[in-house]
Design a protein around this ligand. Structure first.
Ligand code: AMP
Length: 341
């Protein structure tokens, strides 16, 4: 029988609870320092204790997973801690398309895929010299918003960049890229594409609470002017959103175009969970600044389902449970190769 394995972080609780509810064996690759936390939860059947998540690449860990017919569920921690080469070298089957994770981590590939999906993107500013409006300086990879900053001019940019270098967060300009800052309502659109049913499901929307940019709104502008720190965009928590119903048609269109584009550029395409991340402006037009080609932590809000999953399923459905169900169905139809890479 197939079992479900993941790294102990990010959305592991949701993923393994969902797998257990679907009757599958659950395995956690757990750093020793976090064992106490995860032992609190009765739905984790087996622990593989490690000093570092890198041990997933080693034979010892691999053979335990192989023996259990494990399917590995990738999430943000895997992307943040391993290179694309390392992820692609994992021997056990990975749910979804492991090749698309490279497109999430690489800035140019990411833009190419978003353009192919006809998503509207923020303008890229190719050099600090060209800053003539509010821009956001972002770090490459899944930095989670840490060390991002806003700038309105080249001088402003250099001052803040130098401060981050001093703090050891970046080495220089090449660690940053510049994007037009889009003002509006941020929304993180969560989807699941079923390769078995060849159908897109819209799962939910969340917003992120980011420190300390969020705290700025609580401080009056004269006091802000006297402060000398660079507010960052470090994600601390998520909360749910529902969209105006008139926006939903476009939400499905974004997701379907993304699936179509990924089938063309990264076969077998965007299978399983993914997220399109952006901003609704004053005209309710959506600009996409990012995508995640795997489950996002914002789905943790909906462990008992979201307003949108309750329209699609007559039972509470989390993203973790949906993943497990797809694996279970694929297994029973002898089509596991359709849902893993
Ligand atoms: P990212 O790493 O692209 O997910 O960005 C982290 C955070 O930075 C987001 O959650 C937003 O709060 C903010 N952000 C990123 N890009 C933009 C943008 N172009 N306009 C406005 N806010 C942005």
């Amino acid at each position: 029988m197939t079992s479900i394995a993941t790294l102990g972080s990010h959305c592991a609780l949701q993923v393994l609870k969902g797998a257990k509810d679907e009757g599958l064996k659950t395995i956690l690759v757990c750093e020793k320092k976090r064992e106490g936390l995860y032992r609190r939860f009765g739905f984790i059947d087996e622990f593989i204790l490690v000093d570092s998540f890198m041990e997933v690449l080693e034979q010892k860990c691999n053979s335990i997973l192989e023996k259990n017919n494990a399917v590995f569920i990738p999430h943000g921690t895997l992307i943040a801690q391993m290179s694309s080469e390392q992820i692609e070298s994992i021997k056990i089957p990975i749910f979804g398309n492991k090749l698309i994770l490279r497109w999430e981590s690489n800035r140019n590939m990411k833009e190419k895929l978003m353009k192919e999906a006809q998503l509207k993107l923020p303008e890229t500013i190719s050099s600090p010299k060209d800053i003539n409006k509010l821009v956001i300086a972002k770090r490459h990879g899944a930095a989670g918003g840490k060390g991002y900053f806003l700038a309105t001019s080249e001088e402003d940019y250099r001052k803040k960049r130098d401060k981050l270098i001093e703090q050891g967060l970046i080495k220089g300009d090449s660690d940053l890229y510049l994007q037009e800052y889009i003002m509006g309502v941020l929304a993180y659109l969560q989807y699941f594409y079923s390769p078995l049913k060849e159908e897109l499901e819209f799962f939910g929307v969340d917003k992120r609470h980011e420190s300390d940019i969020e705290g700025l709104a609580r401080i009056s502008s004269p006091q802000q002017m006297e402060m000398n720190n660079i507010p960052s965009f470090n994600v601390i928590a998520n909360s749910p959103l529902v969209l105006r119903e008139s926006l939903l048609n476009d939400v499905y269109l974004f997701g379907e175009n993304f699936v179509k584009a990924s089938k063309k550029l990264v076969p077998p395409g965007m299978n399983g969970p993914f997220c399109i991340e952006g901003v609704y402006d004053a005209d309710a037009k959506f600009t996409t600044f990012e995508f995640s080609a795997r489950i996002v932590a914002g789905t943790n809000i909906f462990m008992d389902g979201s307003p949108y999953t309750s329209l699609l399923f007559n039972e509470p459905m989390s993203m973790g449970k949906r993943i497990a169900r797809e694996i279970k169905e694929a297994d029973s139809q002898n089509k596991l190769d359709k849902v893993v890479t």
